[in-house]
Design a protein around this ligand. Sequence first.
Ligand SMILES: NC(=O)c1ccc[n+]([C@@H]2O[C@H](COP(=O)([O-])OP(=O)(O)OC[C@H]3O[C@@H](n4cnc5c(N)ncnc54)[C@H](O)[C@@H]3O)[C@@H](O)[C@H]2O)c1
Length: 456
Amino acid sequence: MTTAAARLRNEIGSRTARVGIVGLGYVGLPLAVEFAQSGFTVVGFDLDARKVDAISNGRSYIPDVPTADVSHLVQTGRLSATTDVALLAKMDTINICVPTPLRKTKDPDLSYIVAAVEAIAAHLRHGVLVVLESTTYPGTTEELVQPLLERTGLRAGVDFFLAFSPERVDPGNGTFNTRNVPKVVGGLTPTCSDLARALYAACVDRVVPVSSPRVAEMVKLLENTFRAVNIGLVNEIAQMCEHLGIDVWEVVDAAKTKPFGFMPFYPGPGLGGHCIPIDPFYLSWKAKQSGFESRFIELAGHVNGAMPRAVVGTIANALNRHRKSLNASHVLIAGIGYKRDIDDIRESPALDVMGLLHQQGARLSYIDPHVPRLSGKQWLGGYDLTSCDIDAVASADCVAVLTDHRAFDYDKLVAKSRLIVDTRNAIKQRHAHVFRIGAPAPDQTASAALVGAGAE
Ligand SMILES: NC(=O)c1ccc[n+]([C@@H]2O[C@H](COP(=O)([O-])OP(=O)(O)OC[C@H]3O[C@@H](n4cnc5c(N)ncnc54)[C@H](O)[C@@H]3O)[C@@H](O)[C@H]2O)c1
């Protein structure tokens, strides 16, 4: 181990290493707080002055991070935030947690990583550890980040250290958090791995070293592709069940009693968030570069991408049974966050469903305790909306439950609504006015029962 590496190793061990986190969003802020709570002095860097101001004032804007924690860490000098990238020069370790979206063409958009790495390169010193955490295709650390940093004349693995460690945070998950989810780490060299491992071991319960950054990058994409493909499978099974007059929710609940070889996934209105709808396409793009066609990813993307339209079909069908057309009907969307109990609407399928309903002439409103406002720019309808009160469901021709937030009073929803389409099986009791995706329509169940009784 070189002198620089040994020094950094000691600084990590004694918590005197100064930790910089670039990008203070859903991933970066929880990580910054975790490092600070472990005894490091942490500086968060973000281009968004509002986030920097919030932290400077001791306030959290991420639901999973309590304001009390941020406030305490800021007051005790353990955590600070800045927009000034020149302060990167003072950091001993730097974690990059910036967005990795897709372009409209579904190609990776690495512009945020490039901008962050260029800022780091401009202030890079001897002996610093740089860890990329943003989800990206295998090869990014070695093919993109390393050359950008080496333009400084410093050599990776010798003058500075480089690793990839995928972030696995699951916003809104009350059980698993940054600390108790094992952290996979792949360094460019054994020394890089050792340093990155030591850094994370200081604040997470378990570190899982792998042989290279490329393997660590692939681990994350396997995990998220696994989810996308299995959700695609169950969404297809749901539509098959609907066609066959079988309740998919009952099928999955029974199948999951098998103690081995099965893992439950549930149907829904489509994929959402900054990970599952996007990450698999980073992998298929990279595979395509080397002439490999990833058929599962494309197929899952196709099935999942068709779900918002399928949900609109179910809503139209339900209204039709109530002798109403989508055109001019008032549809109230219950839940627009991309998943339960969170405020994130990035890639939310609810926005797609709303846009399609708007195109068909429906009037839209919504209720979501986590998202008080939806601006016209955020959905295809183009007009601003504010979250309604639960009593508003009584005035809707149809209520579509797209996200099963725990804060909803489902009994009240059922009692007050004229018609409901439930895409999450949030309403457990069967009711004549509640339609569910992946299940027979309520009146079909009744007639099937009658036919069955007649046949006996
Ligand atoms: N959100 C999740 O659940 C989740 C889970 C696992 C992995 N990830 C991955 O982690 C990465 C970050 O995701 P996120 O959800 O935290 O994104 P986010 O949009 O919530 O946060 C990213 C932050 O980076 C800032 N930023 C962008 N460019 C910057 C720059 N050059 N310098 C400083 N700050 C910059 C943005 O202003 C923003 O605050 C992505 O690659 C994502 O795929 C996200």
